[in-house]
Design a protein around this ligand. Sequence first.
Ligand code: 2HA
Ligand code: ZN
Length: 271
Amino acid sequence: MKDIFTAPFVEEMRKTTANMYRLGWDERNGGNISWMLDAAEVGEYLDLNRVIRTIPMGFDASAVTGKIFIVTGTGKYFKNVDADPENNLGIVRIAADGRTAELLWGFRDGGKFTSEFPAHLMSHIARLSVDPGNRVVMHCHPTYTLAMNYVHELNEKKLTHTLWEMCTECIVVFPDGVGVLPWMLCGTNAIGEATAEKMKEFRLVVWGMHGIYGVGKTMDEAFGLIETVEKAAQIYMLTAHLPRINTIQDHELVELAELWGLDYRKDFLNL
Ligand code: 2HA
Ligand code: ZN
């Protein structure tokens, strides 16, 4: 059996959480990541027949029964993952009943997965139904994206349009736009269900005045989506109070989309 601490998926979780912490997106226990792993690969590092303990989930995830996830822990700080991954992360398998998680590694101090696990698993299920290659769900509180929530309408068309205008590459990175939920109580099945519904249409979902969700086939893809929105939101917040002299025009966004052959949200433009 190989050493779990050398597993690429553990290393990537350590690097990504540290990176997000340094960017200021995950203060205190803010943010969470879940990543669906390949069982054969996990089996090189862990005895898949050895369940440390079972943890009730309180919702039905039978669509991903038997799937294995590495996930950040509830109440744990991204700041601390790199130094102590076994305490701050866990590897869980969804049990046959679809309502219990089997702990295979981690959460060493008796902890459990993030309070947003319903939103994560429901989002995984929703994304897998439209993109079988999806593996990662990432949530964080990026500063400028959050700031923008207070001064910009929380409307999918208007928010996406403004973000597209802020950097030339935005429409190329997220032609499918950004879904938006109003402020909702977090950590609940209700916000999980609402997020998952949006995930059938979007890879990015803003939780009004809370943060953002990004998904992807890889950690880079999920991170890159959020990073691009955050960059655009930063440009917006640096310029929103100043007279706008120039802007990227809608016909220019169309040129970009056509050059890249993108399937983009034409209805989010004002043509
Ligand atoms: O887990 O970010 O949304 C901390 C959070 C909750
Ligand atoms: Zn949050």
